[in-house]
Design a protein around this ligand. Structure first.
Ligand SMILES: Nc1ncnc2c1ncn2[C@@H]1O[C@H](COP(=O)(O)OP(=O)(O)OP(=O)(O)O)[C@@H](O)[C@H]1O
Length: 433
């Protein structure tokens, strides 16, 4: 759990997301409230529920990004799911519980990864022993083993092929078409199988360098206590999980169209217990959803928040509006964020030894064209920057390997040359930008 203050959380988010101050403040407070809650007496703690958030704003303006970055900052399990998914044919009520199961799955992967990092040094040692054994033979003398160890550490043996015995990951693991009952049974079978026979082994040929990765992760898994991973993951989900429910407006039924919208209202009814707090059984154990933070989001162009079921409205008490992005925002997104596309393209081209620099008027041209296409074709927010940049760099991306040593300046003329004609024709840009 992070102990950053709301102000610090906002300033962390500022590194990646331009503007949208209200939304940043709301999520920062939500996160801080969790920290506060952890400091309460156990009885009081149980009483304090998260104040879920409703983000209202057009597509591509940072709703998901804010939530995802927040989760990352908090090292909290995160899942994005579209509410409309549950209106599709074939879904039945209980399926919304799959959200929590997916969240647990994500948390298991993250938790195992994190704990694996913690045991990595020990795992590395054990993996090295196994590689040396594969290279030198099981009964080699200590001297020989030392010689191999030295060469191995110097990387001299990286390309050498060896045969090692590894766990057969294709074992009895099966995906059973999302049937949780069956999955739980299979898990039981797998545990049984492990307890009796141990995991199945198979011999595989690979290079020393490749074998390291496989062996380290295998050794790390041996050192990891499955029970511990499971407990930590379940705890992380129930205490700090974040679910981002996109397109909630699309399941809002407006009063006059009720008849045709039964299934949408049904989805809201199904979601309600999750948000109000219930217990969902997963293959790793039961999870209480009471303290999971839900961030619902939608454009609400047609439906309004007041068209949601009253109970659901009550469970999403914090409302924040995100505004459409302007040309000036695009300039800032292209230059000020830590992960700005200009930085990414410069770094990518750098790997081919092509030096890319952007001039101010080049950036202004990119932002202007993105804003224009958003106006004339469809407003997809900052996502437009991706398509515009990809187009501008298309030729350079292709030819860069032949251009090592070149210096390329992306100025207004460069942008115009690669994009000008396209951007002027709405018909053309509809397809390519
Ligand atoms: N305000 C912003 N600052 C920086 N980057 C942004 C901003 N808004 C959006 N982006 C970038 O645009 C992309 C899409 O944004 P995001 O996924 O947050 O959209 P969204 O608002 O959740 O839309 P949707 O509801 O359609 O999913 C992301 O890669 C994000 O980094």
């Amino acid at each position: 759990m992070t102990n950053l203050t709301p102000r610090e959380i906002v300033s962390e988010l500022d590194r990646f997301i331009i503007g949208q101050a209200d939304a940043k403040r709301a999520v920062a407070v939500a996160l801080r409230n969790r920290w506060r809650r952890q400091r309460l007496s156990p009885e009081m703690r149980e009483e304090v529920y998260p104040k879920n958030i409703l983000m209202i704003g057009p597509t591509g303006v940072g709703k998901t990004e804010i939530s995802r970055r927040l989760a990352k900052l908090a090292k909290a399990p995160f899942l994005k799911v579209e509410a409309t998914k549950f209106t599709e044919v074939g879904y039945v009520g209980r399926d919304v519980e799959q959200i929590i199961r997916d969240l647990v799955d994500a948390a298991m992967v993250e938790t195992r990864e994190r704990m694996r990092e913690e045991v990595k040094t020990r795992a590395h040692k054990a993996a090295e022993e196994r590689v040396i054994e594969a290279l030198a033979g099981a009964d080699a003398r200590e001297q020989t083993r030392e010689m191999f160890r030295r060469k191995l550490r110097d990387g001299e043996l990286d390309d050498k092929q060896i045969e090692i015995e590894v766990a057969d990951t294709a074992g009895p693991q099966m995906m059973l078409g999302g049937n949780p009952g069956m999955e739980m049974q299979m898990q039981g079978l797998q545990d049984l199988f492990k307890a009796f026979g141990g995991a199945k082994k198979t011999r595989r040929k690979m290079s020393v360098a490749e074998s390291y990765e496989v062996l380290i992760s295998e050794e790390a898994d041996k050192l990891l206590d499955d029970e511990m991973v499971k407990t930590a993951a379940l705890e992380a989900v129930s205490q700090s999980g974040i679910v981002f429910l996109d397109e909630i407006d699309k399941v809002a039924a407006r009063a006059e169209t009720r008849g045709a919208d039964v299934s949408r209202e049904g989805v809201q009814r199904d979601l309600l217990p999750l948000i109000e707090g219930t217990t969902v059984s997963t293959k790793y154990g039961p999870v209480k959803t009471d303290h999971i933070l839900f961030i619902a989001s939608g454009a609400f162009h047609i439906a309004k928040p007041s068209d949601l079921l009253p109970e659901l409205q009550g469970r999403l008490p914090i409302r924040v509006e995100l505004r459409p992005l302007t040309e000036e925002d695009f300039v800032r997104i292209l230059t000020e964020t830590d992960n700005a596309l200009t930085r990414q393209y410069t770094a990518l081209m750098g790997t081919e030894e092509v030096t890319v620099t952007f001039t101010e008027d080049g950036i202004a041209a990119l932002a202007r064209i993105a804003a224009e296409v958003n106006r004339s074709v469809e407003n997809i927010g900052a996502r437009r920057l991706y398509t515009v940049m990809e187009r501008v760099f298309e030729e350079l991306s292709f030819t860069a390997p032949d251009r090592a040593g070149d210096i390329v300046t992306v100025d207004a003329a460069f942008v115009e040359k690669h994009l000008g004609a396209l951007a002027q024709s709405a018909d053309l840009s509809r397809y390519v930008l």
